[in-house]
Design a protein. Structure first.
Length: 753
């Protein structure tokens, strides 16, 4: 378990002072709560200093549950399960009681429900505390949906949360229902004594109490399973009440909502209503669909010949086929004279020819695309598209079943082609690689060279002449084109998606600056030359004194010999080249350095060229290069003796928040203030730079220290004044508590929230 770490500024370690047994210790505030300890007792307080509870037992995410299978877990929200005065309750993030601390125990069940116990009564509630069942019962468990098994006087009944009523009185010794099956089928297993039967939700007996039952739960269909007679499982239809059991019935299994069963050595099929769907005349009955799938057909076999029946028991495909029959939706694949044919739902052939194999599949993630068929003839493959009835004869070496539900890739002799899932050819298999650029254009490769293909016009927009071809702009309207020169070095140029060469392939590099403006570089020996290129006007102009990119989009730092400035993508000056140095600081603001002759001074200018802070502050190379201050700007002034720097802060708009009067300034990550240090004293400052209180402190406890200047703390702040530590509020007042030591927010037993 992780312990919430705290830092004392004076020594940068957690401070514990020797105290007597009855003195109070406290933690920093975390999300509006602090941990207090006195002797062997501890508790948590709110920002007003009021006790909230004794101990945090668990943090968890609330769940909004429409049904068990589709819960909405709120990952960004946390609730607290706490203990107070020996009782348990639940608080939300605002410290409002969702469940009052009056329960003897609370547990989180399945991450969806709270199980509450008070005295000898238990119930379930939502994670936000809404009771799902009144607190009246000895025991309770979830059946499914809004149904609950409840115990009263050591007997079980059923409570319906939809109508807030006990719908089956508590008269049964045991109840069982397959909770994982959903509440399909309005029945459940019940026991009287050691004998089990079946009742419906009206408390009517469906199956008398004559059976045994173990841990095998029933399925939620019209076929009741899980009951045994004389140690052997039976199947019972909940509609007809008929019992299917040995020795008359054997080899029983359900196929979808039907029962496959053997009688007198032959298989028959009983539908969900208990009616005989297929007479007991078959050697086998099977599901012809893929695992976990079903459809309108059932495969039946007799005398080693297989056919299909529909769900009315009528023969769709006569029993004259060898081997396995496979079905896909309403389509049938069966073996004929050693090859396979595709049939429709009436048993008529869909395709004239037969094939070595036929396989149906649904392209895309989770079968999101339409049904397609791969047709194999000897060693080559073709495609059939049922929606458009289009046939592509077997000519390919491979069909790639990718993640797209709209496109199918085909391969021939290591070349790739592309079809839509309705059978339209986008391009034949003549390319070694391809990449989608937009709805109309593909980057395609032949002989290790790239080109551009328009799949709508079927035209090669750019020939495959380039060792690389990549989009430059986010809108994919410009392309970086690359070719090798005579020395084998890459040279770069620019083209548009219409295939026009805008910038010839002769540059050492091209980089997008902003919009359709790029930087093109050339090398003369080892000396680079930089140019601005506007793809709209095709104007190329040199950049005088290029120094570096700016992190401000569309801007460049330029200059020579200690005279630096900033230009935009149109070569227009944003900051004139008069500064000894320029660097980009927080959020695109420039720190500019001016050489006054005697020393270097700095200030700040924004990306529009507006001066925010004049260059009147003393440059310290260490602070200048390493001290990033987030949403504020660092100000430094050399001390009178020249031995150190005083620190201050300005806002990103140039407003002086804290004049440079502190030896050290720490910035709260939350943005609501600062801590200033002079000598051995610390001052709490508001976000506007005003002191929270006139009092200075010997130490301040932090939640975290982040990097050189960043810290994390929240009000009330734990501040040490002499031998006493107090909680200081944001208005400068203090809580009526005095601490003599600092403790963790939580102990080893719990991971903090």
């Amino acid at each position: 378990m992780m312990i919430r770490k705290m830092v004392m500024l004076a020594c940068m370690v957690c401070l514990f002072l020797p105290v007597s047994a009855q003195t109070q210790k406290g933690s920093v505030f975390i999300k509006g709560l602090a941990h207090i300890q006195q002797g062997t007792k501890s508790w948590y307080i709110n920002k007003q200093g009021q006790k909230m509870f004794d101990r945090i037992e668990l943090t968890f995410n609330p769940a909004d549950v429409e049904d068990d299978e589709h819960p909405d877990i709120k990952e960004n929200e946390q609730l607290l399960l706490v203990k107070n005065n020996g009782k348990f309750g639940v608080l939300d993030s605002t410290h409002t009681w969702l469940v009052p601390a009056v329960y003897d125990s609370i547990s989180l069940e399945y991450k969806l429900y709270l199980r509450l116990k008070k005295g000898d009564k238990v119930t379930f509630a939502t994670t936000r505390g809404k009771l799902l069942v009144p607190l009246l019962y000895q025991n309770i468990y979830i059946l499914g949906g809004k149904y609950f098994g409840v115990m009263s006087n050591n007997k079980w009944g059923v409570y319906n949360g939809n109508i807030n009523s006990l719908i089956i009185p508590a008269t049964y010794d045991q109840l069982d229902y397959c909770a994982g099956c959903g509440f399909n089928g309005d029945y459940l297993l019940a026991a009287k004594g050691n004998k089990w039967g079946v009742i419906n939700l009206k408390n009517e007996i469906i199956v008398p109490f004559n059976y045994e039952h173990d841990t095998y739960s029933p399925r939620g269909t019209n076929w009741i399973t899980g009951l045994q007679k004389n140690g052997t499982y039976v199947k019972i239809n909940s509609i007809t009440k008929k019992v299917y059991a040995e020795p008359e019935y054997t080899s029983m299994e359900t196929i979808d909502d039907m029962l496959k069963v053997r009688k007198n050595g032959y298989f028959g099929l009983i539908d969900s209503e208990g009616k005989t769907m297929a007479d007991f005349i078959y050697d086998n009955i099977d599901n012809p669909y893929d695992e976990f799938e079903s459809g309108p057909f059932i495969a039946v076999t007799k005398n080693k010949k297989t056919g299909l029946i529909n769900r009315e028991g009528k023969i769709v495909l006569p029993l004259e086929y060898d081997g396995e029959i496979r079905c896909y939706d309403n389509y049938i694949v069966a073996k004929v004279a050693g090859d396979y044919k595709l049939f429709d739902s009436t048993g008529h052939p869909v395709l004239e020819n037969s094939y070595t194999s036929i396989e149906g599949f649904y392209p895309g993630y989770k079968h999101s695309g339409p049904l397609l068929f791969v047709l194999k003839k000897q060693a080559v493959y073709g495609l059939y598209f049922p929606q458009t009835k289009k046939l592509i004869a077997p000519t390919f070496h491979e069909i790639v079943k990718g993640s797209s539900d709209k496109l199918i890739e085909v391969e021939y002799q290591d070349k790739a082609g592309l079809f839509t899932t309705d059978g339209q050819e986008l391009f034949p298999p003549i390319y070694t690689k391809f990449e989608l650029l937009n709805d109309s254009l593909y980057l395609v490769q032949q002989n290790k060279k790239w080109g551009l293909l328009n799949i709508k016009t079927k035209q090669q927009v750019m020939p495959c002449n380039y060792v690389d071809l990549q989009p430059l702009a986010a809108e994919d309207t410009l392309l970086e084109i690359v070719q090798k020169d005579s020395a084998g070095e890459n040279k770069y140029g620019v083209a548009d998606i219409q295939g026009n060469i805008l910038l010839p392939v002769q540059y050492s590099g091209v980089y997008l600056l902003k919009g359709n403006v790029l930087i093109a570089t050339t090398l003369n020996g080892d000396v680079p030359t930089y140019n601005l290129f506007d793809a709209n006007t095709r104007k190329l102009q040199p950049i005088a004194g290029y120094r570096d990119y700016s992190t401000v989009r569309g801007q460049i730092i330029v200059g020579t010999e200690g005279k630096y400035g900033v230009i935009d993508e149109h070569n227009k000056a944003i900051i004139p080249p008069v500064y000894a140095d320029i660097r980009v600081r927080s959020q695109g603001i420039y720190q500019v350095v001016k050489n006054t002759g005697s020393k270097m001074m700095y200030g700040y200018i924004d990306s529009t060229g507006k001066e925010l802070v004049p260059p009147i502050y003393d440059l310290d190379e260490f602070g200048y290069t390493n001290y990033e201050t987030g949403n504020s700007l660092l100000l430094l002034k050399l001390s009178a003796d020249g031995g150190s720097y005083k620190q201050g802060l300005a806002s990103l708009q140039g407003l002086i928040l804290v004049p440079p009067t502190y030896e050290l300034l720490l910035i709260n990550d939350s943005g609501n203030g600062f801590i200033g240090k002079n000598g051995r004293k610390f001052t709490l400052l508001h976000a506007n730079g005003k002191p929270v209180t006139s009092k200075q402190f010997d130490d301040i406890a932090l939640d975290e220290q982040r990097g050189y200047a960043g810290v994390k703390y929240s009000f009330p702040v734990l501040c040490k004044d002499g031998n006493v530590t107090v909680y200081v509020n944001e208005d400068g007042t203090t809580l009526p508590l005095k601490m003599t030591a600092v403790i963790p927010f939580v102990g080893d037993e719990f991971s903090p929230y």
